[in-house]
Ligand binder design. Structure first.
Ligand SMILES: Nc1ncnc2c1ncn2[C@@H]1O[C@H](COP(=O)(O)OP(=O)(O)OP(=O)(O)O)[C@@H](O)[C@H]1O
Length: 297
């Protein structure tokens, strides 16, 4: 097997006061993929990612970049988009990017990068006067300025409106198409589903599930989800192949035999006009595995 671009073994992070934020994490990220790290609040994602980025030291464990301990090469070949970066007041978009570019011996052409993140028309604007989406694109450009082989994106779309989020997804897809490996933390399950080739779900400092999103869903769920307004199903008839969850407004039927369940509902005279049938989502998987919802929804 090819050497992963980044691999960690036996990662542990304990903070003073006795909190074990990371409790024995092993991960291997193959080159060229988008790898997602998910988990509920306090699961240990930030602690893990900051160790991977080289910002914090682990209490125990090893991190390897291209099979070797990290050195100067790691710094030159890796980009990080932090959740909140303080940018110098008064500087324009182009000036910020030029400043970041000078930190590295090699990298991208600033104007080309501005075009890639759709900021050419804002190049002369004071960075304080950017919209949320424009600012995130600028921070992304800063993370890409050294033409990294591996880029970390830490909750890059938190707080963006749906349109800006989708624009950002298109950029991430383009980065990946260029062959750059992406490590993404996110609270948005749809984002992980759309962008990530592989995800790892963390809970209480440990990785509790890992794999391609589609495969994880197939591994954990065999049932389809049928939803009916409660008004249409005030009392549920006997159903041989479905589990029933009575919500306040919606009745959810989990069935491994959609045809049988439909036939039984029809035979009982239930009006199916407003029936919805959907597949299980990563959101369902997340709830199933961690028993918790995600901040940010
Ligand atoms: N500097 C610190 N000192 C002490 N405890 C910390 C420190 N940083 C994080 N923790 C604790 O470690 C645990 C894991 O936190 P971490 O921020 O890594 O989780 P997270 O999954 O990133 O959460 P979130 O989604 O809320 O950002 C939490 O219980 C947190 O309170």
């Amino acid at each position: 097997m090819e050497t992963p671009i980044l691999a960690v073994e036996g990662l542990v992070k304990r903070y003073p006061g006795g909190v074990t934020a990371v409790d024995g994490v092993d991960l291997a990220v193959p080159e060229g993929i988008c790898f997602g790290l998910l988990g509920p609040n306090g699961a240990g994602k930030t602690s893990t990612v900051e160790i991977l980025e080289g910002i914090h030291e682990p209490t125990a464990g090893t991190v390897r970049y291209r099979g070797r301990p990290r050195d100067r090469r790691f710094r030159d070949e890796v980009g990080v988009q932090f959740q909140s970066t303080v940018l110098q007041d008064f500087l324009t978009v182009r000036e910020i990017l030029t400043l970041f570019r000078r930190l590295y011996p090699a990298g991208r052409d600033v104007d080309e990068l501005l075009a890639e993140v759709a900021l050419t028309e804002f190049a002369g604007r004071d960075n304080r006067h950017l919209s949320g989406g424009q600012r995130q694109r600028l921070l992304l450009a800063c993370a890409l300025v050294n033409d990294p082989a591996l880029v970390f994106l830490d909750e890059p779309t938190t707080g963006l409106d749906p349109q800006a989020r989708r624009n950002f997804w298109a950029l991430v897809e383009r980065i990946r198409e260029r062959g750059t490996t992406v490590i993404l933390t996110t609270h948005y399950m749809e984002e992980a589903y759309v962008l990530c080739d592989t995800i790892a779900i963390m809970d209480r400092g440990q990785v509790i599930a890992e794999g391609p999103p589609r495969e994880l869903l197939d591994r954990h769920f065999r049932e389809a989800v049928m939803e009916l307004p409660r008004l249409d199903l005030p009392t549920v008839p006997a159903l041989s192949r479905a589990r029933v969850e009575m919500g306040r407004d919606v009745v959810t039927l989990l069935t491994d035999e959609v045809n049988t369940t439909l036939a039984e509902l029809t035979a009982a005279g239930v009006d199916l006009q407003n029936l919805r049938i959907r597949e299980r989502s990563l959101e369902d998987l997340f709830l199933h595995l961690t028993g918790e919802g995600l901040r940010g929804g």
